[in-house]
Design a protein around this ligand. Sequence first.
Ligand code: HEC
Ligand code: HEC
Length: 304
Amino acid sequence: MPSAAVPSAAAPTGATGAATASGTPATGSAAALFIPPPESDMPNDAFGKIVREGEAIFLHTPEKAGKFVGNNLNCASCHLDAGRRPNSAPMWAAYVIYPAYRAKNGHVNTLAERLQGCFRFSMNGKAPAPDDPVLTALQTYLFWLASKAPTGVKLAGQGYPKLAPPAQKADYVRGSEVFGQYCATCHGAKGEGQKQGDHWVFPALWGPESYNWGAGMHQINNAAGFILDNMPLGQAGLLSAQQAWDVAYFMNAHERPQDPRYAESVAHTRERYHNEADSLYGLEIEGHVLGSDSPPAASRLKQQ
Ligand code: HEC
Ligand code: HEC
């Protein structure tokens, strides 16, 4: 375990690596930022082998853990710089706060259970068994990233930024303009992403290859925080908070795979799991009730 007695090293000014890889993250300036160990520190022993396996799964999830993945995303699609980047829900900050209570399922979750949820919702796939080598490798990678981090505390840069409510209510038309100007070149005019041969270069933002209606990213507040601090890729800070809210709304006002917890009807499922302002599931937007025409799961899972 990372020792609770060792305080996190203060980030040297101008430190390279995760903190500065793609722009300066908007953390409080006073808080020392934890810096995970560099790649070069990965040990060359049996432990290091599992750490590397975990990192490979994190970076190439459909290739390395295909039977649990139903879309074209990698863990690193939403947790940038291989899970190192502050304000991109970095893995070192997550490791030290689990087990934790989650309102989503109403009980204390182990880290393994948290990761199972990622496969079921964000990856639109199936949860690996708690002792599956995929979960063991991922947890080993997270453990290593958190080397020497203090445990049980919320580290600066944890999670995605929690934005203040937008000045103007998030808007579909304004969001579509932001999308066309800043996002479509990479993610495609219809949010479908871009492939080179069989290899995805830019992930889909909605449709059959995206995260499903149960994923955290479908909530507009999570998406707005992620987008403001991380997108457009390599140009974080370009959008205003209002633009981030608008484009997050637009992105999440499109169909995506069904919530795997779906029961009875869209209206019932909304009432049970989505009864909040940050979810558009079950609402009628632009003449369409979201969730009523969810595309079927991607082919990979059906081929099993
Ligand atoms: C579509 C984007 C997306 C993908 C892909 C994704 N995640 Fe996440 N992840 C999120 C969001 C959003 C949250 C936070 C919101 C929430 O609580 O649901 C989160 C939260 C987490 C957390 C908790 C972070 C914390 O600080 O509490 C962990 C751990 C995690 N994800 C691991 C993974 C792993 C491992 C994978 C790949 C198997 C993965 N995620 C894939 C979007 C994603
Ligand atoms: C220069 C190309 C580029 C631009 C422009 C860009 N993105 Fe991304 N985006 C990426 C890449 C690449 C990833 C995956 C990150 C990785 O693999 O490191 C990503 C990931 C994402 C994700 C999480 C993964 C997923 O597919 O759900 C979201 C959401 C997202 N981008 C939204 C946006 C929005 C909204 C905009 C416009 C404001 C935008 N992006 C502009 C390249 C881009």
